[in-house]
Design a protein around this ligand. Structure first.
Ligand code: TYM
Length: 336
């Protein structure tokens, strides 16, 4: 059996980038019976930037419901909230003590995010990667499905795991990232130099998984396109149409080459109109299921079921780690 572990923040709703870069891969990995999957909503990571408490609660429930609505199955995978398993915070702290300032300062995501906060950079933003390392290592993950922007965080996790193993004896598996070949970095619909992100001030730059069909249509029809008319994939020369073609390909299963053939001699407008249908067809059934889950109240039970599976693995790892490091274990945890 292989362990699969990944997570999404609840600092906003999910975008098409989250869906294509991560959730599509979660589903693929979940459906392989050789894998045991743990998918979490990382609410502890979400508070590394200030959150409104009411909104955080709503968004956390929404992200969890979107996992299930997308086809993550509570009976096949453990879906849980990070804050429901306190070992995450504990392991995050231990990883803090193992990491160096210099290596955290090199994290490109920290450099990007901290620019927005200027003088008052939350220290949680700086130690975000150590909490994330703890997430993976708690489950002894073999495979971590993520988009391209997380690669550096997983490399740091590998370094920290190796450092721990060297210092305290073989404890952690060394996780590997699984990044999709196509769709690992979906770009903004308004600026192909920027990653599609829910925190983009320009609402037209991203499509959320709960956008209504008319909103999806407006955003795609208004998406910026390169000069010329040809529907041809060329990331350097035609980054904007190439981004739209990537989205089309990932959601329809049609290869980029076949998309080029299909739209040979046609203009951007015809391609965009079809792309609207592809996106709406993908998200409509998910949105329907999402509504049902939110209305049924089943979410809390499914999350409880996930947390129990997560506890069983995470609690074992944290005890082992603490014992190796020389902590005095409580009497009921002492090995006979
Ligand atoms: P988050 O919430 O920022 O992103 C969740 C996942 O979505 C992917 N992603 C994208 N993929 C392609 N194109 C995009 N435009 C795009 N935007 C986001 C991200 O790469 C990610 O896979 N730090 C993690 C959360 C986390 C985690 C973990 C992941 C916390 N602990 C342990 C794996 C394992 C993050 O990026 O969240």
């Amino acid at each position: 059996m292989k362990r699969v572990m990944s997570g999404m923040q609840s600092s906003g709703t999910l975008t098409m980038g989250n869906y294509i870069g991560a959730i599509l891969n979660y589903k693929k990995l979940q459906d392989d019976p050789e894998n045991e999957c743990f998918f979490t909503v990382v609410d502890l990571h979400a508070i590394t930037t200030p959150q409104d408490p009411k909104l955080l609660k709503e968004q956390t429930e929404a992200v969890a419901a979107l996992y299930f609505a997308s086809g993550i199955d509570a009976d096949k995978s453990a879906v849980f909230l990070q804050s429901h398993v306190p070992a995450h915070a504990e392991m995050g702290w231990i990883m803090n003590t193992l990491s160096y300032m210099g290596e955290l300062e090199r994290m490109t995501q920290f450099k990007d995010k901290s620019q927005k906060h200027q003088e008052s950079i939350p220290s949680g933003l700086f130690t975000y990667p150590t909490l994330m390392a703890g997430d993976m290592l708690l489950y002894q993950a073999d495979i971590v499905p993520v988009g391209e922007d997380q690669k550096q965080h997983i490399e740091l996790t590998r370094d920290l795991a190796q450092r721990f193993n060297q210092r305290y004896g073989e404890t952690f598996k060394i996780p590997s990232s699984e990044i999709p070949e196509v769709g690992a970095r979906i770009m903004s619909l308004q600026d192909a130099k920027k990653k599609m992100s829910k925190s983009d001030e320009n609402q037209g730059g991203f499509i959320t998984m709960v956008d209504e069909p008319n909103v999806i249509k407006k955003k795609i029809m208004r998406a910026t396109t390169d000069s010329g008319n040809e529907v041809r994939f060329d990331k350097e020369e035609k980054p904007e149409i190439s981004n739209l073609m990537t989205i089309y390909s990932c959601l329809s299963g049609i290869s980029i080459k076949d998309i080029e053939k299909k739209y040979d001699g046609l203009m951007y407008g015809a391609f965009k109109k079809d792309l609207v249908d592809v996106v709406v067809e993908q998200f409509s059934p998910i949105q329907q299921k999402y509504k049902e889950i939110r209305e049924s109240g089943s979410l809390y039970h499914m999350l409880q079921q996930g947390a129990e599976k997560a506890h069983a693995v995470a609690d074992r790892t944290i005890e082992d780690v603490k014992e190796k490091m020389g902590f005095v274990l409580p009497v009921n945890k002492l090995k006979k």
